[in-house]
Design a protein around this ligand. Structure first.
Ligand SMILES: NC(=O)C[C@H](N)C(=O)O
Length: 303
């Protein structure tokens, strides 16, 4: 069994001028998650670390840089799940914290609940000492510009982030975090924080983190569907393709996933044209953006 961390930066079209920085963002997130594993951390520690890095980057739609709702405000959703215990924690519609994925983990570890939303989630955050941040600190010039442009015309998207990992004990975990769909209604919650849709982790089959059109992903419970296929004997790659094919044939929707099994086999699959992804395993960094792309380099090589 080989420990691994696999991350994605959303199944969306990345503007050409942002391609390189987005790729280096997913690579450094996968690498940081992997370092956590090397230092003896669990798969849960690794996925949270990788996702925090991408939330802190303004180049992804999660944490700082999140796409804005119809009112031009940030409302973020996140999930974590621990495949060893089937423990999960989610938050939705949070507006005033920097790292929703850490709050999701706190929901899992410090409450008897699995999901807190909006003001209740913020009150809980304050009660456990998570610092409050201003909306302004989460909004970037780009997300504001993107919001205005979206209000006028296109339905362009920006990328949700997610990670799956297997640690040396064969425990799997997933984490996913997002600003949601651009110009969403106030209070809209997508697939990301919903168990089985935006992510799922079970040591008996594997872990998935999903991205795409949330309303569609939810209706097929995409992550759980993929793990169902793995339980039926499919490989991580074949199961991911089956799940994405069902999403497309049944609802005409496109999406993407990163998937691992407890043996450390992993894959990154998407039906969109692009999805920035990276995987770190055995001193090698794997990464890609366009469909069919798979680059490799050793950890010692500079990007
Ligand atoms: N870009 C995304 O993956 C969006 C996310 N799945 C949502 O619907 O909220």
């Amino acid at each position: 069994m080989m420990p691994v961390v696999v991350v994605h930066g959303g199944a969306v079209q990345v503007p050409e001028e942002r391609a390189e920085i987005t790729i280096s963002g997913v690579c450094s997130a996968a690498r940081s998650g992997y370092l956590v594993l090397e230092e003896g951390g669990s798969s849960l520690d690794a996925v949270v670390e990788a996702v925090v890095q991408m939330e802190n980057s303004p180049y992804f739609s999660a944490g700082c840089g999140s796409v804005l709702n119809v009112k031009g405000e940030v409302e973020m959703d996140a999930i974590v799940m621990d495949g060893k215990t089937l423990g999960s924690g989610s938050v939705s519609a949070v507006r005033d914290i920097a790292n929703p994925v850490q709050l999701a983990r706190l929901v899992m570890e410090k409450t008897s609940h699995a999901f807190l939303t909006a003001e209740g989630a913020s009150k809980f955050a304050r009660s456990v000492g998570v610092p409050e941040v201003s909306q302004e600190s989460l909004i970037t010039e780009y997300s504001r510009m993107f919001w205005k442009k979206n209000l006028l015309m296109s339905r362009e998207k920006m990328g949700t982030v997610g990670a799956v990992a297997v640690d040396k004990d064969g425990n799997v975990a997933c984490a996913t975090s997002t600003g949601g769909m651009p110009n969403k209604m106030e209070g809209r919650v997508g697939d990301t924080p919903c168990v089985g849709s935006g992510g799922y982790a079970d040591n008996q089959s594997g872990a998935v983190s999903a991205t795409g059109h949330g309303e569609a992903n939810m209706r097929v419970t995409l992550s759980r569907l993929i793990l169902f296929h793995m339980e039926q004997g499919q490989s991580a790659e074949a199961a991911s393709d089956l799940g994405l094919a069902y999403l497309k044939s049944r609802l005409g929707a496109l999406g993407g996933v990163v998937t691992v099994d407890p043996q450390g086999n992993w894959t990154s699959r998407f039906s969109t044209q692009q999805m920035p992804w990276a995987a770190a395993q055995n001193d090698t960094l794997h990464y890609g953006l366009n469909s069919g792309e798979h680059f490799r380099r050793s950890f010692s090589e500079q990007h």
